[in-house]
Ligand binder design. Structure first.
Ligand code: C5P
Length: 218
């Protein structure tokens, strides 16, 4: 790999997307949102009426959808079978089901392959749950973003119309438990990752901290 890879992992609401895009913009790098790929797969499974309670059915169908991610940090895109799904993948139905789909090993194997294809020779900031541990363990810069559950829920409810902080906190706790206890590639901090707690920091402060890390290690 010749170009820089910044691996950005952490739970939902820790600020991964805003920070990753800010870092990519500042350094002229591409940006990949791997969560959007798991959401796109889930959107497709729901549309096809696949029984998500049946891991074998999910595994059997997961090779089918064509998932294409655009990597411009100013306007990342995501298409499934040619359909722009940027909006629907943020809906409550997809958010409520994505962790179940993402726990199926065949889904992970397929999407990790796709992610490695996009990463290619590098020059990219990649955000997710398993980037530093599985997708790109050789990344020279690995960041693990955290924030208090209250701060994460507050940020998310500010983004989602009509939601309360309490409801967000409960939904996130459920998703975190599923993501960090699944058998295949659970969310965990990679060896060599630097943990950044963003609870008391502004977006600019976190981006600056990551840029400092890149200058040291990249
Ligand atoms: O990042 P985002 O919250 O959009 O991710 C949605 C879901 O996709 C996560 O809750 C997790 O279940 C799954 N995911 C994953 N591995 C990744 C990225 C996301 O399992 N690298």
């Amino acid at each position: 790999m010749t170009g820089l890879v910044v691996a950005m992992d952490g739970p939902s609401g820790s600020g991964k997307s805003s920070v990753s895009r800010g870092v990519a913009r500042a350094l002229g790098l591409r940006y990949l949102d791997t969560g959007a790929m798991y959401r796109a797969m889930t959107w497709w499974m729901l549309r096809e009426g696949v029984d998500l309670g049946d891991p074998a059915a999910v595994a059997a169908r997961c090779p089918a959808p064509v998932i294409v991610s655009g990597t411009d940090p100013d306007g990342p895109t995501i298409h499934v079978d040619g359909v722009d799904v940027a909006e629907p993948i943020r809906g409550a139905d997809v958010t409520g089901a994505v962790s179940v789909v993402a726990a199926v090993p065949e889904v992970r194997a397929r999407l990790v392959d796709l992610q490695r294809e996009v990463i290619g020779e590098g020059g990219i900031v990649v955000e997710g749950r398993d980037i530093g541990t599985v997708v790109c363990p050789e990344a020279p810069v690995k960041v693990y973003l955290t924030a208090s559950p209250e701060a994460r829920a507050r940020r998310r409810s500010a983004e989602v119309a009509g939601s309360t902080v309490e409801a967000q906190q409960e939904a996130m706790a459920k998703r975190d438990t599923l993501d960090s206890t699944r058998k295949t590639d659970p969310l965990s901090m990679a060896a060599g990752a630097v943990e950044l707690d963003t609870t008391e920091l502004t977006l600019d402060e976190v981006v600056t901290a990551v840029l400092r890390l890149v200058a040291e290690r990249g």
